[in-house]
Write a protein that binds this ligand. Structure first.
Ligand code: HEC
Ligand code: HEC
Ligand code: HEC
Ligand code: HEC
Ligand code: HEC
Length: 219
């Protein structure tokens, strides 16, 4: 009698099995990661730092020279948007300082033509999200909570995810991230005392109650 004939898988099949495993386990895992990222506070766009038409440095102007954020972004306190300054604001100084600088040519050209400089947006929420600067900066939320140490940036970089989970985390529990109203543009502010305690006081004194209703941010 012939020895029992068994079916043998070809040798390469041994390699296929682990691969199959990766697909079976990896597929759902991939889905979980994608869904989790969507709801987590660490999604997309962090690190986005487009090149700008003029090599304007916040590290130099806001950091070293100590120019206040509001000198240029002078609408944040009253309006939803934080205006990017017109070229005339730059010319307040650059008519005299570095008046011939090649780097500043687009600013001088913009003054001549009246066409604004085409700064590239760094932070940009989807259109279906409603955001408002004054609602935050007049209620104890400093620039640094959402933009990081801009005063140390040569090129502005997005450092926070600006995802829904990230917005909601603070709306649910803002105390640790509130500061006195006169410290909003002081990025390096250090609390003298317990931060949580100071934040709670700011919240209570100003009756701050961030809403988590969908219609607050989707209207
Ligand atoms: C001398 C004027 C000036 C001052 C002072 C200044 N900025 Fe700006 N800021 C600009 C200009 C011009 C741009 C657009 C170019 C760029 O993104 O670098 C800008 C861009 C930004 C952006 C990115 C906007 C976007 O497109 O998303 C943020 C955030 C910002 N500034 C925050 C600050 C903060 C915080 C301070 C104070 C620490 C500050 N700025 C001080 C001129 C200024
Ligand atoms: C309050 C005064 C002031 C304002 C307003 C100001 N700057 Fe400046 N800027 C300076 C000073 C001071 C320097 C450093 C000059 C030096 O290195 O000698 C400088 C340097 C620069 C340089 C480097 C130039 C080079 O050739 O090295 C650029 C680019 C520049 N600024 C862009 C801007 C832009 C764009 C704005 C408007 C959004 C602006 N600045 C507004 C004071 C100002
Ligand atoms: C609670 C978070 C938060 C705080 C606090 C905050 N920002 Fe913003 N900022 C944002 C978001 C989100 C955007 C993008 C808005 C959009 O896409 O509609 C933005 C955009 C900007 C822009 C681009 C122009 C615009 O309005 O879209 C500038 C300039 C800016 N911020 C400067 C500032 C300065 C200066 C301060 C402090 C005085 C500040 N921001 C405080 C979250 C914040
Ligand atoms: C670091 C804390 C913090 C972060 C981050 C934050 N918020 Fe807020 N938000 C607040 C506080 C505090 C208020 C003021 C609540 C009050 O006035 O009682 C507020 C108010 C608002 C309001 C005004 C509500 C009204 O009734 O007018 C809107 C809209 C809003 N936030 C949207 C957002 C969005 C969208 C994001 C994310 C891109 C965001 N916030 C991120 C703390 C935060
Ligand atoms: C504090 C502000 C805030 C509140 C409150 C809020 N959202 Fe959002 N939501 C956002 C932001 C910001 C985004 C954009 C996130 C992004 O671009 O990654 C978003 C995105 C979404 C999206 C699109 C998701 C996606 O992956 O593109 C849906 C759906 C949504 N929100 C539903 C809701 C519902 C339902 C509620 C109420 C339970 C709610 N939101 C409350 C800020 C908010």
């Amino acid at each position: 009698m012939e020895p029992e004939k068994r079916f043998f898988f070809p040798r390469w099949f041994n390699l296929l099995l682990p691969a199959l495993g990766v697909v079976l386990v990896g597929g759902p895992l991939y889905l979980i990661v994608v869904v989790w990222l969507g709801f987590s506070p660490m999604a997309v766009s962090v690190g986005y730092a487009p090149e700008q038409p003029v090599p304007y440095s916040h590290a130099l102007h806001a950091g070293e020279l100590g120019i206040d954020c509001l000198y240029c972004h002078n609408t944040v306190e009253e309006s939803g948007r934080a205006a990017i300054p017109p070229s005339a604001t730059c010319m307040n100084c650059h008519e005299r300082i570095k008046a011939k600088s090649e780097a500043l040519a687009p600013i001088r050209e913009s003054m001549e033509t009246g066409e604004p400089v085409k700064w590239v947006r760094v932070h940009d929420l989807p259109d279906f999200v409603y955001f408002n600067h004054s609602a935050h900066v007049s209620r104890g939320v400093g620039c640094v909570e959402c933009h990081g140490r801009v005063d140390r940036m040569e090129v502005v970089t997005q450092v926070k995810p600006l995802s829904m989970g990230w917005c909601l985390a603070c709306h649910r529990d803002p105390d640790a991230r509130l500061r006195p109203l006169d410290r909003i543009t002081d990025l390096g502010w250090e609390p003298d005392g317990d931060r949580l305690e100071i934040g709670r006081k700011v919240r209570e004194e100003n009756n701050i109650q961030p809403s988590t209703d969908c219609s607050t941010c989707h209207r």
